[in-house]
Design a protein around this ligand. Structure first.
Ligand SMILES: [Zn+2]
Length: 269
């Protein structure tokens, strides 16, 4: 979400140049390798910490759900003990970057996550590592799709991507007539700096609708990812919905309303 940042592309040239000069500031007291993940931390972390076990398991879950292959490309995770250490590193190395809680950076040769062991570390790592697993096998993910999937997978296991905070925010804005779904507008966004919290929430909503309603919709998303993976490019997903666009918008709103109603029942409202 907006407290985090994913960087892909030209900025990475700068990242690559800067890395050696500040390497000593990176956490390196402990290194754990868990399948695709290489976790560097500046504090002791149990090899089978349940958060690490969850991150490792996510790899197969994502592959199964999205019908993607497994990659063995390593994802490097730098985990700082404190927010202060993390900020010092970024202030020193990337003084012009926004102050974000966690980063995912893709370069031509490396997938890297930066985070710190704070209150939100679990959702931050689930989100950023999901970017890593996806980028390892799918090139040129459209921004909204990349973020929507990462938001879906930042929710802990067993919740089927149900993101209560996003749902409540979209419901509130919809009731105040401040928001309507618009997939083509989301598709037009090309930089995370353009994405508001509502945009992240809407990206999550489209992904949740595609993955959690009907097999046909899930297949549509899987086919789209397969096209990207094999050809490196694909028309906007909204075109796959074709003349169904308006119908899809109504169906998305219906899906969100069902989720709101279900949440109300679960909370005894
Ligand atoms: Zn992200």
């Amino acid at each position: 979400m907006w407290r985090r940042l994913s960087i892909v592309g030209p900025l990475l040239v700068c990242c690559g140049c800067a890395l050696p000069a500040h390497q000593d500031l990176l956490p390196d007291d402990q290194r754990l390798i868990r399948e695709q993940l290489v976790i560097h931390s500046d504090f002791a972390l149990a090899r089978h910490h349940r958060l690490l076990d969850e991150l490792v398991a996510r790899r197969q879950e994502i592959a199964n759900q999205l019908q993607l292959p497994i990659s063995d490309e390593r994802i490097y995770i730098y985990l700082f003990a404190t927010r202060e250490d993390y900020r010092n590193y970024f202030t020193d190395r990337f003084p012009f970057y926004p102050d974000r809680r966690a980063f995912f950076i893709e370069s031509d040769t490396r997938l890297t996550v930066f985070a710190h062991w704070g209150e939100h570390v679990a959702e931050d790592l689930r989100h950023e590592v999901a970017h890593g697993y996806l980028h390892a096998v799918v090139p040129n993910l459209p921004l909204w799709l990349d973020e929507g999937l990462a938001e879906y997978y930042e929710v802990k296991r067993g919740q089927r991507g149900f993101h209560a905070a996003h749902l409540q925010e979209l419901d509130r804005q919809r009731r105040q007539r401040q928001w309507e779904p618009d997939l083509e507008r989301l598709e037009s966004l090309t930089s995370v700096s353009e994405m508001s919290l509502t945009d992240y929430a809407e990206a999550w909503a489209w992904i949740h609708w595609l993955l959690e309603t009907t097999p046909v919709r899930r297949a549509l998303l899987c086919d789209y990812l397969a096209r990207l993976r094999t050809t490196g490019a694909a028309d906007p997903l909204s075109r796959s919905l074709g003349s169904q666009g308006a119908v899809s918008t109504r169906a998305l709103l219906g899906h969100l309303q069902l989720l709101v109603d279900r949440m109300g029942v679960e909370h005894g409202q």
